[in-house]
Design a protein around this ligand. Sequence first.
Ligand code: T4K
Length: 366
Amino acid sequence: MDDAVLVTRTSVPEFAAFSVMLQEIFASGWLTNDGKWVRQLESALSDYLGCPQLIVCNNGTTALMLALHCAGLRGKKVAVTAYTYVATLSAILWMGCTPVFVDVDPQTLRMSPDSLARAFANHPDIAGVLPVHIYGLACDDQALSALCREHHAALIYDAAHAFGSTYQGRSLLDFGDYSICSFHATKLFHTVEGGCVVAHSEQAREKLTLARAFGHRGDTHYTLGINAKMSELHAAMGLCLLPRIATEIAQRRALHAVYDEALAGVPLLRPRSAAGLDWNYAYYPVLLPDGAALKRVFASLAAENIHPRRYFYPALTTLPYVQQWQRPCPVAEDVARRMLCLPLYGGLPAQTARHIAAVLGAQVLG
Ligand code: T4K
């Protein structure tokens, strides 16, 4: 598998830089529980993203759960996009919420405001809305916020893919009542495992901080909590990688241009980007003409040890454990059958991208 071309490759920092931090952590004997490096990472991320009320936690799934908890959505109805990674839904279900599936716009793959409006009409008790900035592309915040305000629903953005994307000059993590990000090793910025929640008041940040660590300080118990803490070692990884983000985004942008040029004559749809978005180029998604073409492309690339991924398949509405909340979302279901994410990471050679495009083009054009 050594020469395999995988959908992504984790960025790893210079070992020397990381080991300096590890030595300090080892010498201090303080490994977790609101340590110095976690605080430093929070401060660095707050500055980088322009989001002062940010907390880090142990992954993006618990980040979602913390946001749902702090928004008071436990056990309530939450409208969720049908086209995303399964973790978006898992967090809702683990919080005892009832999902109401909302379809996506066929051009942008973002939660469709029209479909959300219909969901509110059928379920006036929707208390929260959970859209995803899919592939780091921006949701239609104006339309979604207006609907949430009208229906008194909390708006939580799953911005797991959106680190480094800005919209109208602000980090995509700065939108909604809460936004979350994943810092998993497969992400543009990572802490091996990790995530963050962005809130918009000191009070909300304090609530998140308490909920992340069992809900108590010393012997005083304030609220229901969980263990969602990030360790000092994970925070150190993030601090090592943060200065490299601009380079990683620039490399991915260049590879996007290579793919775009090489695929120019192939009839593929790409999700349309919103005006005002400065994208992080986190993924290279292509919508194939049909499921048969997807299988042909997949097989011919696999034969050369090249492994794109079906991000995201299946549509959430078709999962076996959500049948009691079934609500057809035809666009999401169709897109999930035909979408492929091509290999993309800073170190991917341009000639490999061109070759992948050629194999794909040959299969699609026949
Ligand atoms: N919301 C959304 C919209 C999300 O996409 C996600 C997670 C979440 C919420 C939840 O966030 P977390 O709780 O995960 O923080 C990955 C990730 O595990 C997951 O974080 C991510 N989204 C999801 C879309 O993809 P897989 O199943 O693709 O991972 P895996 O192990 O197949 O790795 C893919 C490729 O990455 C490998 O082929 C090679 C490379 N890789 C992977 C690992 C683990 C490395 O180079 N090094 C590594 O250590 O799930």
